[in-house]
Ligand binder design. Structure first.
Ligand code: CA
Length: 228
């Protein structure tokens, strides 16, 4: 099955680069320069994934994310300039799956797309219940965490935080999403909780907590559980 990807980007060079790279990988690629064009293509021939630029001639990428999320869980990977941090976080909080900062490599884009498709690609995809990478194993069904075959004892909050990241393994989860889902909506400003608990988790599951291999920091945005 050929997967259709909609690339929404007003920068001609980046659009052409992404289009040819994805076509080479066997994707069917549609492109749009504006939100209006993207909206029309979404109605006509819905894609399996959207690659979305933040700033477009007739509006912000955020509008498209909100519009799409009202109807579907179609994977959305955002591409942004480095200085657009706040907007990028707003898009992730609005339901975009992941982001890449410009300049990015085609390999990075494909890796992000693979993860987003795996999580959301089809309604048939089973919910994630286990995570294994190197020495770490997490089983959400039995609520067990092991490192090098030894059981790791986590507090309930440490476990909930890790479980949330396992359910989005490979994708960034914003500070706000983690705080809202683990602690509650009224805690979304308490980023110091995250730093504290992430430190405790790293001490328990990382071989070298100072050089984390599993719990990766996405500076200013959130955390990502490595999955490859
Ligand atoms: Ca742009």
């Amino acid at each position: 099955m050929t997967l259709r990807v909609l690339v929404v980007e007003d920068d001609r060079e980046i659009r052409a680069l992404v289009q040819s790279a994805l076509a080479l990988e066997g994707f069917e690629v549609q492109t749009a320069v504006t939100l209006g064009e993207a909206g029309a293509l979404l109605q006509h021939s819905p894609p399996e994934l959207i690659v979305l630029d933040l700033g477009l001639p007739d509006g912000e990428g955020l509008q498209l994310v909100q519009q799409v999320r009202r109807q579907s869980s179609l994977p959305i990977v955002v591409i942004s300039a480095r200085h657009q941090e706040a907007q990028k976080i707003a898009l992730l909080d609005a339901g975009a799956d992941d982001y890449l900062s410009k300049p990015f490599s085609v390999a990075e884009l494909l890796a992000r797309m693979r993860v987003a498709l795996r999580h959301r690609g089809t309604a048939l995809a089973a919910a994630v219940t286990t995570h294994t990478l190197d020495d770490l194993q997490v089983d959400l069904a039995t609520r067990t965490v092991t490192r090098e075959g030894q059981a790791v004892h986590l507090t309930p909050t440490e476990y909930e935080l890790l479980a949330r990241l396992v359910r989005s393994a490979g994708r960034v989860v914003t500070h706000r999403q983690l705080l809202a889902e683990v602690w509650g909506l009224e805690y979304t400003a308490h980023t110091h909780y995250l730093r504290l608990y992430m430190g405790q988790l790293r001490a328990k599951i990382e071989r070298d907590p100072a050089e984390p291999r599993h719990l990766l920091t996405e500076t200013g945005v959130g955390y990502r559980l490595a999955d490859e």
